[in-house]
Write a protein that binds this ligand. Sequence first.
Ligand SMILES: NC(=O)c1ccc[n+]([C@@H]2O[C@H](COP(=O)([O-])OP(=O)(O)OC[C@H]3O[C@@H](n4cnc5c(N)ncnc54)[C@H](OP(=O)(O)O)[C@@H]3O)[C@@H](O)[C@H]2O)c1
Length: 324
Amino acid sequence: MAQLVTIFGGSGFVGRHVARRMAQAGWRVRVVSRDPNLAGFVRPYGVVGQVEPVFGNIRDDASVAAAMVGADAVVNCTGTFDSSGRNSFDAVHVEGAGRIARLAAAAGVGRLVHVSAIGADADSASAYGRSKAAGEAAVLAHFPGAVILRPSVIFGVDDSFFNRFAGMPGLVLPIVGGGSRFQPVWVDDVAEAAQVALTGDVAAGVYELGGPDVATLRELMEDMLIEIRRRRLVINLPFWLARPVAGLVTFANIMSLGIVPRLLTIDQVEQLRSDNVVSPDARGLADLGITPVAMAAIVPEYLWRFRPSGQYLAIKESARDLRD
Ligand SMILES: NC(=O)c1ccc[n+]([C@@H]2O[C@H](COP(=O)([O-])OP(=O)(O)OC[C@H]3O[C@@H](n4cnc5c(N)ncnc54)[C@H](OP(=O)(O)O)[C@@H]3O)[C@@H](O)[C@H]2O)c1
């Protein structure tokens, strides 16, 4: 019988890449979602019956325990950007993470991989960073042998970073924290890190995951605009202005019952004050035997659709070269 991995958040951006890798490695994969009917797209990652979406809510002991019955390994890829409500930072990043680790230990699961984030810090100015640190502590308290992965911002065809900024309309691209440095990492490198942590001879503890390029947010946006062949004025909102703007956006989101998207929160403004890069003394992808892929090799493969003529722009550009 093939080994079984349970992936909480396995229908999300990172989780589905972990699910596909584990299926390709021959494992049976259980993808836990609050709405497994919407997670059916994971089934073709394997042969019939190899990858199964199941119901589970990490706020509930019984469904978490049920999702791990018979599992050899568990991955926690859940996450939230809600600071309040039922699925708050505390509920998902801290209590949910601790619950998974506690019940995984009780069930005798062999390996646990927990996806956290660079910036996890008990003294962070952002509630997101503090909740990620508290979640890591809860995981290690229950499951000391866990491997914790802390990625920088993650890119990939279905990311919500480059895709979101590239899809913004208008002549102006407002950003916050334009001088903060990021180390974007490819989603499949993060998934491979999880796979190696599940299957290889890997020391427990924290690994910080970053790609080969470090750039400020402004530089990333300027490169993205070149890639999509759009001219937009990149305006960096100073932090003193970004906070009230984020407050207004949140207020409009609440008053409109969600019709106005919550594009920026005050807590995100706090996160953007700090660099989001791998610490010099941290263990990382190299320690897992992974050579990270550069943005230049991947990002053009999915951002072309934001160009003025989509895929046809390449033909136009080559025709223009011929004429010149
Ligand atoms: N994306 C990035 O750039 C980035 C960077 C650094 C760190 N991370 C971390 O990586 C992890 C995965 O991020 P992502 O980008 O893949 O997020 P995502 O696409 O939003 O996926 C999050 C997943 O969490 C699940 N989830 C949320 N609340 C849940 C609950 N109460 N019970 C069960 N499942 C729940 C959702 O599953 P259902 O809706 O199907 O239930 C969803 O599949 C997160 O911990 C995030 O903080 C991400």
